[in-house]
Design a protein around this ligand. Structure first.
Ligand code: 7PM
Length: 274
């Protein structure tokens, strides 16, 4: 299974790892924008060394409960990081984690190859930005909006509803001229889902494969793992690796994770033993 994104091709015959690069203001330093960019670039290069096949650059606008980030602020955070990484001619594609069409556009112009959209290209203009580029896209499912989605998530049938959403957005992409091999799908763990919803979705990954696109899974350090282990976010490494391993065995193609080294090693064992 080959995924096309810009000038890159990702081979998903074996599950791959997407490393998370957050570009957020450092509250402990007043070094300003240069230090912020420098820290993100340094972290990104480390994740490549550790075996990340994709880097996901985010300016925090998609985070649940995050204070909304203005368009200007988000552009100022992510674009310089993408430019710096592209200038270094890194060997992996850059994904931009945003729902804002203007950020997608600027990121692609700066050299990003994948749009990772937690709103699944529902923002007016988002579909057009991706369609007129050669970027790949990840369509994620979310119920509600980040500020309120965890208050009272409700589904009649979570698997059927998420699957229908992903199928509908995939068909919308196909109709807009985005080829099937540029589309990835993601059930959106933790985005308007209870613990039971997340578990039902994890068990249903083989069903989502029927949609014919690679599957991205993001469970790394999420609160559902905190519910299962009782651990705070900074002590969820082992739970995250377990979640990545079982997701890969259930058919996930790309694991979006913070802890790249541990996950890459675990997936090598999965590939050898499964
Ligand atoms: C607080 C809560 C901070 C949750 C950050 C998060 C996904 C994503 C995120 C995902 C895709 C995180 C999340 N999660 N994009 N962006 N899939 N495609 O854990 O699951 O990083 S934000």
């Amino acid at each position: 299974m080959l995924f096309h994104c810009g000038r890159f091709r990702l081979n998903f015959d074996q599950p791959q790892v997407m490393g998370i690069v957050n570009v957020t203001p450092d509250s402990f330093s007043d070094g300003g924008q240069f230090q912020q960019v420098d820290a993100a670039v340094h972290h990104a290069l480390t994740l490549i060394e550790q075996g990340a096949a994709v880097l996901d650059i985010g300016g925090e606008s998609t985070r649940p409960n995050a204070t909304p980030v203005s368009l200007t602020e988000e552009l100022q955070r992510v674009v310089p990081v993408i430019e710096a990484l592209v200038a270094r001619d890194i060997p992996v594609p850059i994904s931009i984690d945003t729902y804002k069409p203007a950020v997608m556009q600027a990121a692609i112009a700066a050299g990003a190859s994948i749009v990772n959209d937690v709103r699944g290209l529902q923002e007016p203009g988002a579909l057009e930005v991706v369609a007129k580029s050669d970027a790949g896209v990840c369509i994620m499912h979310m119920q509600g909006m980040p500020q309120t989605m965890q208050l009272d998530p409700h589904y009649e049938d979570v698997v059927a509803e998420v699957k229908l959403f992903l199928q509908t957005q995939r068909d919308m992409c196909l109709a807009a001229g985005i080829a099937q091999d540029r589309i990835m799908l993601d059930p959106g763990f933790g985005f308007g889902k209870t613990r039971a919803h997340n578990i039902a979705l994890a068990k249903a990954l083989p069903e989502f494969s029927e949609l014919g696109c690679p599957l991205l899974v993001g469970l790394s350090r999420k609160s559902v793992l905190g519910q299962m282990t009782g651990n705070d976010v900074d002590a969820r490494l082992h739970a995250s690796v377990a979640a990545a391993v079982i997701s890969a065995m259930q058919g996930a193609h790309l694991l979006r994770v913070h802890d790249v080294k541990a996950t890459v090693e675990a997936l090598k064992v999965v590939a050898a033993l499964k």
